[in-house]
Design a protein around this ligand. Structure first.
Ligand code: A2P
Length: 282
């Protein structure tokens, strides 16, 4: 090796990240939550409700010195027709990925593996009259996609979205998204003027005062949620549901569905009455 040549050589252009996409927008909703948008790989096709692996380059390996990608599963929050990708994320101060990801800015690159998968898709459900989306925290993300998906309104007469969070500020991303549908000219034209009137939005908080307090699981069990929404309890003949939240929430709802309402879990290969996906936490 010639040290002179090396020292004077112009700085080589850094190689781009593998599967790199460029950040186009970042919004911080609370000190624990943010969303961002990035470019979409030209070849990427996905179904609204699916997830992909995204991340950043991690620290170099202590022995080999080679940096390793640090990836996590993220539900795609944008609908399948959107020309960009959107994600909704928690910020975990000591989380391996989100402690870094929360600092991304417009123009930065992220890694996005273009292999979408997931169970929260319309194909996994039998036809029905009413669809329920049950979310806690960042579990709202796949529903942000499905609420902007024309098929949701073509397939169902009523779309009920429940979102349980600890604090009121954590509801803002979802509340603003639902409000924005009313003024979305493209969707009102494509799906039909006033399509958003099919939506019944039921936000609840558990640790801060708000108009509706309590875990959705308790509100279903007591019957209060059905009274508030003006609909009967779920039943296999009419109701379909998708669940996305923390593990305990998913398990509790699953048990309630099967034991109380007689619903059966569906899959891509065998559509039925409800499907579950966990919100991926760092
Ligand atoms: P709670 O405040 O009573 O724990 P987290 O941020 O921990 O993921 O929780 C998000 C929301 O989900 C909180 O409002 C939390 O309520 C609620 N939650 C947690 N576990 C369950 C469960 N098993 N059933 C229903 N809601 C739950």
């Amino acid at each position: 090796m010639n040290p002179v040549t090396e020292a004077t050589a112009p700085e080589a252009k850094k190689p781009a990240l593998p599967d790199a996409q460029t950040v186009t927008q970042v919004k911080h909703w609370t000190d624990r939550l943010f969303s961002f948008r990035c470019t979409r790989p030209a070849s990427l096709r996905f179904r609204s409700g699916e997830f992909v692996m995204i991340g950043l380059m991690g620290d170099p390996h202590p022995k080999t010195g080679k940096p390793k990608p640090l990836l996590r599963a993220y539900s795609i929050a944008s609908p399948s027709w959107d020309e960009e990708m959107e994600f909704y994320s928690i910020k975990v101060p000591d989380g391996p990925l989100t402690s870094k990801l929360q600092h991304i800015e417009v123009g930065d690159e992220i890694i996005l593996r273009p292999k979408p998968v997931g169970t929260l898709v319309h194909d996994a459900l039998l036809p029905g009259k009413r669809i329920w989306f049950f979310a806690t925290g960042t579990g709202f993300a796949p529903f942000a996609s499905l609420l902007r998906e024309p098929q949701t309104y073509e397939d169902y007469d009523e779309v009920i979205i429940t979102h349980t969070c600890r604090e009121v500020g954590e509801l803002t991303y979802g509340a603003e998204l639902i409000e924005s549908l009313k003024h979305d000219e493209l969707l009102n034209e494509v799906i039909g003027e006033g399509f958003w009137k099919k939506i019944k939005y039921y936000p609840t908080t558990t640790r801060e005062e708000s108009p509706k307090m309590g875990r959705i699981t308790d509100l279903l069990r007591s019957g209060e949620a059905f009274e508030d929404l003006g609909v009967p309890p779920l039943k296999p003949e009419t109701d379909r549901a998708m669940i996305c939240g923390n593990l305990a929430f998913n398990q509790e709802l699953k048990a309630l569905f099967e034991e109380e309402y007689g619903l059966e879990e569906g899959a891509n290969s065998k559509p039925a009455h409800y499907v579950v996906e966990k919100a991926f936490l760092d």
